[in-house]
Design a protein around this ligand. Structure first.
Ligand SMILES: Nc1nc2c(ncn2[C@@H]2O[C@H](COP(=O)(O)OP(=O)(O)OP(=O)(O)O)[C@@H](O)[C@H]2O)c(=O)[nH]1
Ligand SMILES: [Mg+2]
Length: 374
């Protein structure tokens, strides 16, 4: 890891230096306003200092290109891609080990439970990776509903699933004359920015609303560019904030908007400074609604970890992304039951704006039933 300081007249100026020197994958460690020494400096605008870091290997690759002219740009990029790929494989290996342990433990817990002629319904929950504890609870509730009533067991089972998913689906509501401020948070790479772009497009194009975008994701240089591309395509104004306190100024820039969508940096759920930053944005931004974005391919343990680490949000709603990438739908039930928060949207692909829909609990229930053939 290489760490360097850059000083510019403006934030944009300093960021451009970081990008030119360390590349788009550079990570911003700190930003602050500084003054030159001496009395005169108090009468001039402060300078901006940015401390940024990048992986030695990226810098190493580019040095090899420049100094020795031996490694071509493509070869350097291939080497770096391979290095990144290796790191991902290591991370996956770790995750698989963890899953095997967790899954084994879960199977032990519920393996003695059987449900006679209705066993197939229990199996469907388990094969969808609904946590054992919840699967047993759902079966017991369905059995209770079934007993002494003139209903099919399948009807009772489906009703309990619907009850658990909850009728209280809460998409974003925009009331005429009232500016709505909405914050998107969630772990890294789950699809926050893409989801925000899909919703922005829907509100702007289909509903004719005046939409504003704000991003606080200056952690990676490339993140700002990603949202800027969407904003430019959609013709929507966008502001970048470098510290939570800047949110009031950014909101002022969007004072004529009907709805403002705020993107945040995805960070590791173990990163405690992330919690502080989000709390400050909520405090200074008078946020109306918070949407926690979760990838539908999260394991039960993954859901638990995410929901625990975002418990500090208080009231929030759930968005599930990457539904198109999964064949088991238990994560939605697991997250819903762990968090007891309302569902809002599901996203089903990478196309802006079409691959998003308001969560429909009947459709989710059908996916769950249909996926394993009942
Ligand atoms: N298949 C599929 N891919 C998706 C979906 N939503 C987002 N993606 C992809 O997931 C990847 C990450 O999406 P981003 O929107 O950058 O995720 P993010 O949460 O903003 O990421 P960070 O800001 O880095 O934390 C991109 O390749 C998206 O195209 C989805 O519903 N389905
Ligand atoms: Mg993002």
């Amino acid at each position: 890891m290489i760490i360097k300081r850059y000083i510019g007249n403006t934030m944009q100026d300093a960021m451009a230096q970081v990008k030119a020197d360390l590349g788009s994958d550079a990570i911003i460690l700190n930003t602050r306003r500084i003054r030159k020494k001496g009395l005169v400096s108090w009468f001039t605008k402060p300078l901006i200092e940015v401390t940024a870091a990048a992986d030695n290997d990226i810098i190493g690759f580019s040095n090899r290109e420049i100094n020795h002219n031996v490694v071509t740009r493509d070869t350097a990029r291939d080497d770096y891609s391979y290095y990144k790929f290796e790191k991902k494989v290591d991370a996956m290996e770790e995750m698989i080990k963890k899953l095997v342990t967790e899954f084994g433990r879960d199977l032990d817990k519920g393996s003695s439970k059987t449900f006679g002629e209705n066993q197939a319904y229990f199996d469907i929950l388990i094969s969808n990776e609904v946590n054992q504890k919840y699967a047993i609870e759902i079966m017991e509730k369905a059995t209770e509903l079934y007993t002494g009533r003139n209903l099919e067991f399948s009807q009772c089972f489906e009703q309990v699933i619907l009850d658990y998913l909850g009728e209280d689906v809460q998409p974003i509501e925009v009331t005429p004359g009232q500016r709505k401020i909405v914050l998107f948070v969630g772990p890294t790479g789950v699809g926050k920015t893409t989801t925000l772009a899909k919703l922005a497009a829907g509100f702007a194009i289909e509903d004719g609303k005046k939409v504003g975008l704000i991003t606080s994701d200056t952690y990676r240089i490339a993140a700002v560019d990603q949202l800027r591309v969407y904003a430019e395509i959609l013709g929507i104004p966008m502001s970048v904030i470098y510290s939570p306190k800047d949110i009031s100024g950014a909101l002022e820039e969007h004072k004529d908007r009907d709805i403002i969508l705020i993107d945040t940096a995805g960070r590791s759920i173990k990163d405690e400074s992330h919690e502080k930053e989000i709390k400050e944005i909520i405090e200074y931004g008078n946020i109306h609604d918070i949407y926690l974005v979760i990838s539908a391919n999260s394991s039960y343990q993954g859901c638990l970890d995410i929901l625990n680490s975002y418990e500090f949000l208080g009231e929030y709603k759930l968005i599930f992304t990457k539904i198109d990438e999964i064949t088991t739908y238990g994560s939605i039930i697991n997250c819903k039951l762990i968090s007891r928060r309302p569902l809002s949207y599901i996203t089903t692909g990478q196309n802006v704006p079409v691959d998003i829909e308001i969560a429909n609990i009947h459709k989710i229930k059908d996916l769950l039933m249909g996926s394993k053939g009942l």
